[in-house]
Design a protein around this ligand. Structure first.
Ligand code: RTP
Ligand code: MG
Length: 153
């Protein structure tokens, strides 16, 4: 069905090292859960430099690139896959703009600097697919269709 198809949209969201070190992981996850999105995969890693360079390859050569890579591989990152209707665009809206994020958004409420902005989210379907492969590889975590058994005996 069309509803089922829309529910299969999945995005890559990461809590960056400032979010982890500021103890904001729970709060950030809670926002996406409360919205109605479903957490389908999560792991915490300190990403190797090569992974982060590839993740932000589109920004290579820009003035902020080296600092950006230092920042993201400078501590633990909580890497996640989130699923739901319109989750790619809607989670980006919930994160807030790159610059001067509005109050009510995660960045707008909890961060001041563009280079300490707590969260990453894929900006389109192609990026989501690429980033999920990059961060999770072939680890295919696919429990969502079987989750009823954790509610009903
Ligand atoms: P992200 O990829 O981390 O979700 O952030 P974004 O889409 O909102 O922003 P993007 O343009 O992809 O930039 C990636 C990260 O680079 C830093 N940045 N600094 N100084 C600057 O002008 C500048 N522009 C971007 C931010 O940390 C941004 O999250
Ligand atoms: Mg981006």
């Amino acid at each position: 069905s069309q509803l089922h198809a829309s529910l299969t949209q999945t995005t890559f969201i990461a809590v960056k090292p400032d979010g982890v070190n500021r103890r904001l992981v729970g709060k950030i996850i809670q926002r996406f859960e409360e919205k109605g999105f479903q957490l389908v995969a999560m792991k915490m890693i300190q990403p190797p430099r090569e992974l982060v360079e590839e993740h932000y390859a589109e920004h290579k050569g820009k003035g902020f690139y080296n600092g950006l890579v230092d920042y993201l591989c400078g501590g633990p990152v909580v890497a996640m896959q989130w699923k739901g209707k319109g989750v790619i665009a809607r989670s980006r809206a919930m994160m807030g703009a790159t610059k001067d994020a509005a109050p009510g958004t995660i960045r707008g409420d909890f961060s001041i600097e563009v280079g300490r902005n707590l969260v990453h989210g894929s900006d389109c379907a192609e990026a989501a697919e690429r980033e999920i492969k990059l961060w999770f590889g072939e680890d295919k975590i696919n429990y969502e269709d079987a989750c009823e058994k954790w509610i009903y005996e």
